[in-house]
Design a protein around this ligand. Structure first.
Ligand code: CO
Length: 365
């Protein structure tokens, strides 16, 4: 709702009478023109306008957005899917199911024995919104690094035994570790050959990743919460990471993502855009065009194309086959948004969880 207010009260009046083809000037006006720059609300608002402008330009040109970016680097976009389980065998059973569907890259998350709830593992609850029922407040999770370490080593050791050497495996630590713990985990996971270890540690201080990098060859990925290129500048130019995970919706749209992508290419850092269920099909479509174009694209996170409610609002023709996604060739982004259908689904307040250490100390979720 803060983003809606920012667009309606602050941004929209500045757009009246402008030429929608002036994408760069409008982006610069909204970013550079503002005294109070950056932040998740401002950058999500700029992103929404920017993605709409690229869609309009594509429709004027009669071309899909990836053609406006320079055309294809590849015929399809490789996806990684999620296998989440309450036990290691359950996680691996789900991973095998995804491999049977044709996915060649899978993120493994498993519950930590001895902790009531683990990031990414919700058991019979279908999502965090479901968990909060009709009294929405942040659900509380707890964290113990020693308990987690036992589980995660067991998970990847068994995964390589059961799933074999040919599937790419990924894991999301969700910022739960300190720098030296993250370094140690990366080192311990080296025998299991991860495609990447995601969000091993917070990088508000980007130099933190130098410490992790100095101790492990496990590839590192971060960036889903970043709003601008400045949040990842040191990480990229020092080659402390291998994948940058910024998302069009949170990092200022296609214009900003293109800039981050080209900057990352100079340092052999590849893109792996965030693909959580709270990112809309418009964001996924923007990623599809960026991923189809970007010479240094790595992999796209994928959790499905949305539930029935989502499909009642958004119309899109992205084809998924054998763990690969094929971009739409419709002019623009190839996503239509039904405002009347959206009006049937009023906003409902809800929160992501918070996390505490077992002694009650607030921790990173
Ligand atoms: Co993530």
């Amino acid at each position: 709702m803060a983003v809606v207010a920012y667009i309606q009260e602050h941004v929209a009046p500045c757009l009246i009478g402008r030429n929608p083809q002036d994408i760069e000037d409008i982006w610069q006006y909204l970013y550079r023109g503002a005294y109070w720059r950056k932040g998740p609300v401002t950058m999500a608002a700029i992103a929404a306008i920017d993605m709409a402008l690229w869609d309009i330009k594509g429709k004027i040109a009669g071309l899909p957005v990836y053609q406006l970016l320079g055309g294809r680097s590849r015929k399809a976009v490789r996806l990684y899917a999620h296998a989440n389980g309450t036990t290691v065998p359950e996680t691996l059973e789900k991973a095998q199911g995804l491999m049977d569907q044709g996915f060649s890259a899978i993120r493994l998350q498993s519950a930590v024995p001895g902790l009531p709830v683990t990031y990414g593992v919700l058991g019979d609850k279908k999502d965090y919104y479901d968990l909060q029922g009709n009294r929405p407040l942040p659900p509380e999770e707890s964290w113990s690094t020693p308990k987690y370490f036992q589980m995660v080593i067991e998970l990847f050791k068994t995964a390589r035994e059961k799933l074999g050497p040919n599937v790419d495996l990924l894991h999301d630590v969700h910022n739960r570790l300190t720098p030296i713990e993250a370094a140690r985990l990366g080192k311990m996971l080296e025998p299991y050959n991860l495609l990447f270890l995601e969000d091993a540690c917070m990088a508000e201080n980007q130099e933190t990743y130098k410490l992790i990098r100095d101790h492990t060859t496990t590839p590192l990925a971060i960036g889903e919460t970043y709003n601008t290129i400045w949040d990842c500048k040191d990480l990229i130019q020092n080659q402390w990471i291998d994948y940058i995970r910024t998302a069009a919706t949170h990092a200022g749209g296609i214009t900003a993502m293109r800039r981050i992508t080209d900057f990352a290419a100079m340092f052999q850092v590849r893109t792996a855009p965030h693909g959580a269920p709270d990112l809309s099909p418009a964001c996924f479509a923007a990623h599809m065009h960026l991923n189809t174009w970007a010479p240094n694209f790595g992999i796209q996170e994928f959790v499905g194309l949305g539930n029935a409610e989502m499909r009642s609002v958004f119309n899109y023709d992205i084809k998924i086959e054998d763990g690969m996604a094929y971009v739409s060739d419709s002019p623009g982004l190839g996503v239509d948004f039904d405002e009347d259908a959206a009006a049937q689904l009023p906003y409902k307040r809800s929160y992501l969880p918070v996390s505490r250490l077992e002694d009650g100390t607030m921790w990173n979720w």
